[in-house]
Design a protein around this ligand. Structure first.
Ligand SMILES: Cc1ncc(COP(=O)(O)O)c(C=O)c1O
Length: 425
């Protein structure tokens, strides 16, 4: 056995191999068989095309029919994770109820511990949900609002969270104050200052979308949360696009309520999200799914979900293990680099309007072509250049969102810019 492989078994050991359940152990063994640690040893510099090409080639299976620059929807699972998922599906399916009743309860505790460890929080501060929407709805709808409370949101927040707050407003529980976030802020402090000005003495909660799904803007969550806290205001943070795309420490955000998912940038199979609630805040939360038996201070009171997708949850340790190997610092530098290539190229083009600040974003960035419908541009890029992007709602004109992933090459990006240049003439 090579040293690399031995080391990887040790890395996985705590999470996967000690569980003693054959399928989980074999999921770990699969990773060990397929992964060569040497592939990940070099710095993985953002512009090292050779490094990233090898990773893409060995660890990702992606369609060759088109260039996927719409990785903001969900992440392509790395091959070892996909294989672990297949094994987990087969295991849960073969063993049936015996597995669900005898094995899964204990196994799910191990998985939750691993996830909490990865997030640097305590396992009794998280619940595993099916996605970020579910996680954040539990936080938003369970929050102890009082009549007259106000909530601050903006146009770059994710529409489902806006809907959740609007629903509470419709039921006369709160008042929603919406403002327009500047699309091209120059400094983080500009955003912090804006929040300071917008807070009123009735503001109770601020919704913070850590990384916007519309234009990729990264907001300084920790700075805003600190100011809010001083004034007794809570932040509910939507880190659906932040987890795995940009490095951050969950406890250091200083936000007591954070919703995330694992199927965008962690590479887990679709159907896994996480809600973090700071321990001392759990008691005051009311439940969205009926539960009268669990203790008020136990976060499990919020997770009365019924039957869950076992295999998706079982694969979480594999996704985390692979993501750690890839290294979030390397990932985010690479994604930032790929994004910068196209922005630098297209910002020279007078017909193109970039609606993302290059230095306050990571993978995701958006643009428009002046006087053209965004849907037509996205359509043209796909039909004529086989480049998949997506148009998003943003003001009157909308925008086209471009999201590379770790398997995207600099050449892919150039094909995209060539397409835009051909369109604008
Ligand atoms: C910012 C943001 N929040 C929340 C979500 C919802 O995530 P999920 O699909 O896991 O519910 C998305 C999905 O695109 C998103 O971009």
């Amino acid at each position: 056995m090579s040293n690399n492989r031995k080391k990887f078994i040790q890395q996985l050991g705590a999470g996967l191999l000690i569980t003693g359940f054959p399928s989980v152990a074999s999921a770990g063994n699969f990773l060990y068989e397929e992964i060569d640690l040497k592939d990940f040893e070099n710095d993985g510099a953002a512009d090292d095309e050779k490094y990233w090409k090898r990773i893409a080639h060995k660890y990702y299976i992606v369609s060759k029919d088109y260039i996927n620059l719409e990785n903001g929807y969900y992440g392509i699972q790395p091959r070892p994770v996909l294989q672990a998922f297949y094994k987990n599906i087969t295991h849960a399916n073969t063993e049936g109820a015996r597995f669900a009743r005898k094995v899964y309860p204990e196994l799910s505790v191990t998985i939750k511990n691993e996830l909490a460890n990865f997030l640097q929080v305590s396992a009794d501060e998280i619940i595993i949900t099916r996605n970020a929407t579910e996680a954040l709805n539990i936080a938003i709808q369970g929050y102890p609002f009082k009549p007259g409370d106000e909530v601050l949101i903006n146009q770059l927040d994710y529409f489902s969270m806006i809907e959740a707050f609007r629903l509470l407003e419709k039921r006369n529980h709160i008042k929603v104050n919406a403002f327009d976030m500047p699309l091209l802020p120059v400094t983080e402090d500009e955003i912090v200052e804006l929040y300071s000005q917008l807070i009123t003495d009735k503001t109770r909660v601020i919704l913070l979308t850590h990384v916007s799904n519309i234009n990729g803007l990264i907001v300084p969550v920790a700075k805003i949360a600190a100011i809010a806290k001083q004034k007794g205001i809570d932040t509910i943070t939507d880190s659906a696009h932040a987890l795995g795309q940009v490095p951050f420490s969950l406890p250091a955000l200083g936000s007591d309520f954070v919703g995330m998912n694992l199927h965008k940038w962690i590479g887990n199979p679709i159907g896994a999200g996480v809600l973090y609630i700071k321990k001392e805040r759990i008691r005051e939360m009311s439940v969205l799914f009926g539960d009268v038996n669990t203790a008020e201070e136990n976060i499990s009171k919020l997770a009365h979900f019924g039957t869950t997708p076992f295999a998706v949850t079982m694969t979480i340790p594999d996704s985390i293990a692979f993501h750690k190997l890839m290294d979030v610092e390397k990932i985010s530098r690479r994604l930032h680099y790929l994004k910068s290539i196209w922005i630098t190229e297209l910002e020279k083009n007078d017909a193109v309007e970039i609606v993302t600040p290059k230095d306050m974003s990571c993978a995701i960035a958006s643009f428009r072509v002046r006087d053209k419908k965004v849907a037509d541009v996205a359509d043209y890029l796909f039909k004529q250049h086989k480049v998949l992007t997506v148009n998003r709602a943003l003001g009157k004109e909308g925008c086209i969102r471009v999201t590379p992933s770790v398997y995207t090459s600099a050449d892919d990006i150039r094909k995209f810019t060539t397409g835009v240049k051909a369109y604008t003439g």
